[in-house]
Write a protein that binds this ligand. Sequence first.
Ligand SMILES: Cc1cc2nc3c(=O)[nH]c(=O)nc-3n(C[C@H](O)[C@H](O)[C@H](O)COP(=O)(O)O)c2cc1C
Length: 256
Amino acid sequence: MQETNPVMDCLMNHRSVRKFKPDPIPEETLHTILHAGTRAATAGCMQPYAFIVLDDPEVLKKVSYIPAPLAVVAVVDQYRIKRYYELNDAPFYNDQAVNLFISYWDATIALHNIVIAAESMDLGGVYIGMILSQDLRESLGVPDYVIPAGLVALGYPDEAPGLGPRLPLEAVVHRNAYHIPSDDDIREWYRVHDERWADRFENEWSEDRRRKSIEHGVTNCAQQWTIGHYTPDFIHGESQALLRNLRSAGFRLEED
Ligand SMILES: Cc1cc2nc3c(=O)[nH]c(=O)nc-3n(C[C@H](O)[C@H](O)[C@H](O)COP(=O)(O)O)c2cc1C
């Protein structure tokens, strides 16, 4: 058995927390975890991101649906870089797809450093994916070339959830090349998810909810995710909003 260490313990015990005590996060702790965020690897040391810390309850309510004492929004920030280039007579053409994707990468690994640092200091948190489709110009005053990359709600946990299921390593690890799995492989890998959903359906859902679900054509875990939860209309609407955000922030996305 491989020896463990505090970093591994922290990583292996991650769980999302969605209920928080009202206690605020002390400034010193906040400073430490934000600092840890900035120590993540960053393309060219340029840090093409920013963290917008939200602790005003009114502002929090506007952008995050999970009540928490604090949230950190990681944004792609090519605005600051543009200003820096302008001050140094350097041309700016970071409004293109590669810069956008590199900046997303940069912003989200920095945000995840914040999450790991927070969890190592007895805080808990949860990401909120749909920040990506929000227009932050009005709610948070962001300028051109700044768009949301991720949001994490943070606080002291008021619940102790169990570990979430994960696919076996063989489902996600390929060596030297991508190996196409068989149907049986995929069925087997998702068995835990399927059984977990079936157990909830049978034992936790009311008769009425079960009936409505079947009427909607939702009879298994995969259908729950598509028809039941992330419907085509919802996903299309969110995607259109995201693309609108990118374009109105000034990013060039068309092929030429
Ligand atoms: C990109 C991303 C977006 C997520 N968005 C949400 C969200 O909007 N709401 C939510 O409750 N959880 C969200 N989560 C948390 C996942 O639901 C959670 O990680 C998953 O259920 C596994 O549970 P665990 O983190 O406890 O292992 C998100 C996680 C990621 C990585």
